[in-house]
Structures are given as structure tokens and as C-alpha cells.
Design a protein around this ligand. Structure first.
Ligand code: ATP
Ligand code: MG
Length: 354
């Protein structure tokens, strides 16, 4: 069995006059772990179902390698699938459920046993192999579904929120197990989640989706550190936005007296009014400097490992600073005037929000 590249070419899906997926173009390399990330209703499941062959797109096409598969039925696409409501066989035990696809492919029974044993261990289901689905919890059933999809070593693995019903500990265990196994068997994987941490830690590349279209495709570091749109900056990580106004060539001012230098070409493109964004953990809070960027602490929230300060910049604008705590550190009390600093590569500038 060979892993294959997947090409989604200008795929659109209409439900009546509602566009659920809007001209999506994605090329996924052989062996890549690719994630569709976005909030509820943005079209992730619809797109995955089209790739799986459970739903026909309104226009555009899907290729596995250089082969268009739009007329290939779902069960002939050799995909492993984990869908939100893709049930396991109720009359078969856990072991038989996992072994099903391998037996159907005619694998010798010694190999079937070996692969099933490995899957049971990975999914922490060793002690439940003889049970039937109705004797399992929701999370245990979910792990059987995962095992069944992965064990056949498909050409393409499609997973829709496979960890969403599991507790935190199991989720953290399985996300690294799935990642490791995916690398080992080198199966091209399309993974759907609305959990950005999961997307960042598991993926080679991520497509951030919004309202049926792709906002940005990039490596986890790309989408985290180099968001290309305001939407991506606000969706990934914890960002602050401030109105900004050009006060000189390539210099924008924000409330509180902060000044930001922007390349002249970018400034020309943006015009006089813009918006500046930064991550809460990138800003440093210190003593105020005369003529510098200043704020007043209006709230200090202690979370143990981090402390968050809510900072009033004046003009009715507040932003947040997050800092890592250490023994003996004391946050400035509410009411303190503080000076703010942000490294030059830690902010992004976008067109003014309308
Ligand atoms: N069969 C359908 N008929 C009409 N509208 C549909 C149909 N299936 C999905 N939609 C709509 O298309 C949009 C995208 O749905 P989809 O299930 O792809 O979202 P999603 O990104 O997977 O969301 P979630 O994170 O909640 O699972 C939604 O607004 C949904 O209501
Ligand atoms: Mg969905």
C-alpha cells in the first residue's frame, strides 16, 4: 500500500444558495500531516466528506496523486476514516472490530494478531479486547474507531475531531501517539480540529478556514508567528488589537503613545488608519519612560504559571500582557503607571477594521 498526495482543486460546495465550502485549493504532499483548523460551521467536515467520497462537490475536483477520484466511490478510495458519527460494528468485539479491515484484505492471521495487539496497546484498550461496543464508554468507542482506521495503513487517513470525546489526559497521550505513528507509517493525513493547540503540535501544515474559505496555509510556526490576515491573528494564540494612525512616513502611533515603524511600501498600501496586533506574551511591562509608551494597570490576574495584566492605554483602549511567573515575582498593583515595550518583530499591522 502506498501513501499518496492529495490535491483539492477549487472545490466549492453549495447547499441551496448557501456556500459551505468556497473555492478551496489545497495540495497535500505524500506523507504530510495536514490539518483543517477553524471554528464551528466553517466547512471542515464538509470538505473532509468530499475528500472521503461521502459527498459530491458542486464544482472543482479532488485528485489522489495525479488521479482524479471524483467518480471513485468512497469504499474504493483506500482511506482510513474517523468521523464524528462513524459507528463501529455493534455485534463485533473490540478485537474483531479492529481486525475487520485487515481480515477483509486477506492478511495472514499472525500478522492480523500482531497489528491488532499493537493498536490495543497504543489505544490503551488491552483489557477491553473481548468487549462489545455497548459495553464501552464513549471515549473507549472513539479509540476503537481510531484503531480501526489506522490499523489498515490506508493511503490517506481522514480524521474529523477524533479526540473530541476524550478526557484531557487521554487526548494528550493520543495526539502524540497518533503523530508518532503517522510519521512511522508515513500515511498522508488530513486532520480536522477546532483545537489550535492540537493543530499546532500535530501538523506539518495547517489551513486556517473561515466561513468556507481558506484564510492561510502554512507551517504551525507560520500561522502562529506570521499571520497574514487579521482573522488568523485573532483566531490563533492570544492577540491584542489596537487602532493605529500614521503620524509620519512609515510611523504609526497607538493609544498610550506607542510608536511603530512600518516599511514605507506597507504604509503606502495601508494609508493613514490601520490596526496593530501583538501577542500578550510578547509585550514587556516595566518602569514608565518619559515620552514613551505608557499604560495604567487596571487588573492583575494570577494564574499560577502566568500572570496577566490588563493595561489601560487611554482612549478607552485596554490590552493584555501575559508574563511567566517565578518565585518571588510580584505583579505591579492596580493603578500603577507602567512603561510598555514590544520587540520590532513581534507586531503585525493590518488594514483598519471596518
Ligand atoms: N446537508 C447540509 N445541508 C445544509 N447545510 C449544511 C449541510 N451540511 C452542512 N451544512 C452547513 O454547512 C456549514 C459547514 O458545515 P460543516 O459541518 O462542514 O462545519 P464544520 O466546520 O465541520 O463545523 P464543526 O466544527 O461544528 O463540526 C454549516 O453552516 C452547516 O450548517
Ligand atoms: Mg465538523
Amino acid at each position: 500500500m502506498a501513501s499518496t498526495s492529495v490535491h483539492i482543486e477549487s472545490v466549492t460546495k453549495q447547499f441551496g444558495d448557501f456556500t459551505a465550502v468556497n473555492k478551496v485549493d489545497i495540495s497535500i504532499a505524500k506523507g504530510e500531516f495536514f490539518t483543517l483548523l477553524g471554528s464551528s460551521g466553517c466547512g471542515k467536515t464538509t470538505l473532509l466528506r468530499i475528500v472521503a467520497g461521502f459527498m459530491q462537490q458542486s464544482s472543482g475536483r479532488i485528485l489522489f496523486g495525479d488521479k482524479p477520484i471524483d467518480n471513485v466511490p468512497a469504499h474504493k478510495r483506500n482511506t482510513g476514516m474517523v468521523f464524528q458519527n462513524y459507528a463501529i460494528f455493534p455485534h463485533l468485539t473490540v478485537v474483531d472490530n479492529i481486525a475487520y479491515g485487515l481480515r477483509a484484505r486477506g492478511l495472514p492471521s499472525a500478522q492480523v494478531d500482531e497489528r491488532v495487539r499493537k493498536m490495543l496497546a497504543m489505544m490503551r484498550l488491552e483489557h477491553l479486547g473481548h468487549r462489545r461496543p455497548r459495553e464501552l464508554s464513549g471515549g473507549q468507542q472513539q479509540r476503537v474507531v481510531l484503531a480501526r482506521a489506522i490499523v489498515i495503513e490506508p493511503d490517506v487517513l481522514l480524521m474529523d475531531e477524533p479526540l473530541s470525546n476524550l478526557d484531557t489526559e487521554m487526548r494528550i497521550h493520543l495526539r502524540s501517539e497518533i503523530r508518532t505513528l503517522q510519521r512511522q507509517i508515513g500515511v498522508t493525513t488530513i486532520y480536522v480540529t477546532h483545537d489550535q493547540e492540537e493543530a499546532l503540535m500535530m501538523s506539518d501544515r495547517v489551513a486556517v478556514m473561515s466561513a468556507g474559505h481558506v484564510e492561510q496555509i502554512g507551517s504551525p510556526a507560520d500561522i502562529f508567528y506570521r499571520p497574514r490576515t487579521r482573522f488568523v491573528a485573532s483566531f490563533i494564540g492570544e492577540s491584542n488589537f489596537m487602532p493605529a494612525e500614521a503620524v509620519a512616513d512609515g510611523v504609526y502611533a497607538v493609544p498610550g503613545g506607542g510608536r511603530f515603524n512600518v516599511p514605507a511600501a506597507r504604509a503606502a498600501e495601508l494609508g493613514r488608519k490601520a490596526e496593530i496586533a501583538f501577542r500578550s506574551h510578547d509585550i514587556t511591562v516595566g518602569a514608565p519612560v518619559a515620552g514613551g509608551w505608557t499604560a495604567t494597570v487596571v487588573d492583575a490576574q494570577f494564574y499560577g504559571a502566568t500572570t496577566r495584566l490588563v493595561l489601560d492605554l487611554g482612549d478607552g483602549k485596554t490590552v493584555q500582557a501575559a508574563s511567566t511567573g517565578h518565585a518571588g515575582s510580584v505583579p505591579p498593583p492596580v493603578g500603577t503607571r507602567v512603561g510598555l515595550a514590544l520587540p520590532p518583530d513581534a507586531f503585525w499591522i493590518f488594514p483598519e477594521k471596518r
